[in-house]
Design a protein around this ligand. Structure first.
Ligand code: SAH
Length: 379
C-alpha cells in the first residue's frame, strides 16, 4: 500500500464510477488484493455506507488511503416530490453550474421500478418529447447514473421496504446508447451480486433506435431492450423520431432481430406513443402488426403525456383501445401503459431536469423557430 497522498477534494477518484472490474484493477494497482473491490461494493451499494472510516473489515491503513485519495461522490438532492399515486421524483444537482437531472420511482404491487436518466438533456429531438425541447448539455458519468439507484434504493430500505428497487428502466432523460460505456458500467453494477444484484430481465435499456450501438450492446450484455418505435413507416417516423433518417426502420428491426437471435426467452418491447390523429389510426395498427408481427415482442402503447407548448394531444381512450384490440388480435401482446406521477410531471417524456443547453435548441423553441437542422448524434 503506497503512502497516502492527500489530494484536493476535486482531484479525488470517485469510486462510484468504477464497476467491479475497474475497482479490482484499481485495488491491484495500489498493492491490494482484488477482493477489496467486493468488500467496498457491499459497503457502498448494499449497506449504503459512503464513509470509508466505517468500513471496518478493511485495515486502518487502507481506510486512510481511501479517505486521502478517493471519494464516494453522489449528486446533491435538490428536491423530492411525491405524487398522489405514490410515484416519487428526485431532482439531483450534478455539478456546481445548476445542472440537474430527474429520476422517478414508480411503486407497483409487486415491483418498485426506478426510471433513470443517462444524459443531461438529449440530442435526438423527438418531436413529442419535452426533454428534447431542453436541448443537450452532456453525458452523465457512471457515478451520476448509479447514484440515482443508490438514492432510491437506500431511501426505500430506510423506509422499511426490504426489497428496495426491484426494476430499473433507462427511460428518463437522454439516449442511453449514445452514452454507451458509462451506461454499461452502471448496468454492470446494477446486476452485480455484490451491488444491487438485479436480474438482467429487470434492467431495461430503452433506445430511440441507435442501430449500430444495439449491435454493440448484444456483444456486452443481455439486459432487456425496449425500442421507441412510435410509427409504422419511415415517412412518419422520420418526423417523430428524426434519428430514423439515419437508421431507418428496416435497419432498426434488423438490429432488434439480431439482439434476440439465439435467445429463446428474449423479447423486444416496442414502445409506441399514442398521438391523436398522427399515428393512432387503424391503418397504422395494420402496418405496425405487419412490421413487427414476426418478431418475438411485446407492444407497449404509451398515452401521450402533455406538457406546456406540446404540439400533440393524446389519443382518446377509445382510439387506444381500438388500436390495442387490433394488434392484440394479430397475436401481438399489447399493453397500454398507465401514466404515473403525472401530477408532479414525472410521467414519460415529462422529465426535464434543469441544465444549460449547449445545443441552443431550447432557445430555438423559445423563439418559436422550427428545428430543421440535421442530427447531432454523438458517437
Ligand atoms: N431515449 C430513450 C429513452 C428516453 S424516453 C428512448 O427514446 O427510448 C422513454 C420513453 O418515453 C420513450 O419511448 C419515449 O419516446 C417516450 N416519451 C417521450 N416523450 C413522451 C411523452 N410526452 N409522452 C409519452 N411518452 C413519451
Amino acid at each position: 500500500m503506497p503512502e497516502p497522498n492527500p489530494m484536493s477534494e476535486t482531484a479525488k477518484i470517485n469510486l462510484l464510477d468504477f464497476n467491479r472490474g475497474a475497482l479490482e484493477a484499481f485495488f491491484v494497482a495500489n498493492g491490494e488484493k482484488p477482493f477489496r473491490a467486493r468488500q467496498l461494493m457491499q459497503w457502498v451499494h448494499q449497506r449504503g455506507v459512503t464513509d470509508f472510516a466505517l468500513m471496518t473489515d478493511m485495515s486502518k491503513a487502507l481506510r486512510e488511503f481511501l479517505r486521502a485519495n478517493c471519494c464516494i461522490e453522489r449528486p446533491r438532492i435538490l428536491t423530492r416530490q411525491l405524487a398522489a399515486d405514490g410515484t416519487r421524483k428526485w431532482l439531483l444537482g450534478v455539478d456546481d453550474n445548476d445542472n440537474a437531472i430527474e429520476c422517478v420511482l414508480i411503486p407497483e404491487k409487486t415491483r418498485m421500478t426506478l426510471c433513470v436518466s443517462s444524459q443531461l438533456g438529449c440530442t435526438l429531438n423527438c418531436s413529442f418529447c419535452s426533454t428534447a425541447k431542453q436541448g443537450f448539455n452532456r453525458n452523465l458519468t457512471t457515478a451520476e447514473i448509479i447514484a440515482q439507484l443508490h438514492f432510491a434504493h437506500h431511501s426505500l430500505l430506510a423506509e422499511g421496504h426490504p426489497q428496495g428497487v426491484t426494476n430499473v428502466v433507462f427511460m428518463g432523460m437522454g439516449e442511453p446508447l449514445l452514452n454507451f460505456d458509462a451506461v454499461i458500467a452502471a448496468v454492470d453494477m446494477m446486476c452485480d451480486d455484490f451491488a444491487y444484484a438485479l436480474s438482467k430481465r429487470r434492467v431495461t435499456i430503452s433506445t430511440a433506435g441507435v442501430a449500430p450501438a444495439m449491435h454493440n450492446l448484444e456483444q456486452v450484455t443481455d439486459v432487456a431492450l425496449a425500442v421507441s418505435l412510435h410509427a409504422p413507416n419511415d415517412e412518419l417516423r422520420d418526423q417523430l423520431v428524426p434519428l430514423n433518417r439515419k437508421y431507418p426502420i428496416g435497419e432498426l428491426l434488423q438490429a432488434c432481430r439480431s439482439y434476440i437471435d439465439g435467445y429463446r426467452s428474449r423479447k423486444i418491447t416496442f414502445e409506441y406513443v399514442m398521438l391523436e390523429g398522427v399515428n393512432d389510426g387503424l391503418e397504422h395498427a395494420r402496418q405496425l402488426a405487419a412490421l413487427i408481427g414476426d418478431i418475438p415482442c411485446k407492444l407497449n402503447l404509451i398515452p401521450f403525456n402533455p406538457y406546456a407548448h406540446a404540439i400533440y394531444e393524446c389519443s382518446s381512450q377509445q382510439t387506444i383501445d381500438r388500436f390495442r384490440d387490433y394488434t392484440a388480435g394479430k397475436g401481438i401482446v399489447t399493453v397500454t401503459r398507465r401514466a404515473r406521477g403525472d401530477d408532479i410531471d414525472a410521467a414519460c417524456g415529462q422529465l426535464v431536469g434543469a441544465f444549460h443547453d449547449r445545443s441552443r435548441r431550447s432557445q430555438k423553441y423559445q423563439l418559436g423557430l422550427k428545428d430543421i437542422g440535421g442530427l447531432s448524434v454523438a458517437h
